[in-house]
Ligand binder design. Structure first.
Ligand SMILES: [Fe+2]
Length: 169
């Protein structure tokens, strides 16, 4: 995390905020404290794969080309590869890292998993990740209000687990 902070402060701050959201969400789901901790850790490392991507790409203010987007989209696998080398890490954390960009309808990446084939921890992470990104200021957009973000997420049919999204709201 310290190395991620040095490389890209905004991804570091995003990861901290996602971690806090995941802890709060996990508690409201009534998960056991050990699982709450794993979700918090998963939030911290979910984008760790961005550490090995070119900084100009991560901080590019305009829209990305198809090639650039393809590079950005390697970050779940790159991150999973990185943290897999730490053999003691629980599966839940690895799953959050690898699958947080999968979508409920199977149109996500990297594996186009759908529905319950996406590990539950990654479906939780997807909601917290997008909510945090939408409500935060970025080089290319203002920070949306909570209600704008929720509205957009509700209208993104097929992206999120509908039951989990309902509880999150
Ligand atoms: Fe990500």
């Amino acid at each position: 995390m310290a190395r991620l902070k040095d490389k890209d402060e905004s991804t570091f701050l995003h990861s901290l905020a996602v971690s806090a959201l995941m802890i709060a969400f996990a508690r409201s789901l009534g998960l056991e404290e050990q699982m709450v901790r794993l979700l918090g850790l998963g939030g911290l490392v979910h984008d760790i794969g961005k550490m090995v991507l070119p900084i100009e790409l991560l901080q590019k203010p305009g829209s990305l080309t198809d090639d650039e987007l393809a590079i950005i989209r390697t970050h779940p696998e790159r991150g999973h590869e990185m943290i897999s080398q730490n053999s003691g890490l629980p599966k839940a954390i690895l799953n959050i890292c690898l699958y947080h960009h999968e979508k409920f309808d199977g149109s996500g990446y990297p594996q186009k998993l759908s529905g319950s084939a996406i590990p539950c921890v990654a479906r939780i992470a997807a909601i917290c990740d997008v909510y945090e990104a939408l409500t935060t200021i970025r080089p290319y957009k203002r920070a949306w209000t909570q209600s704008e973000a929720i509205d957009t997420m509700l209208r993104s049919r097929g992206h999120f687990d509908p039951e989990l999204l309902k509880i999150f709201i």
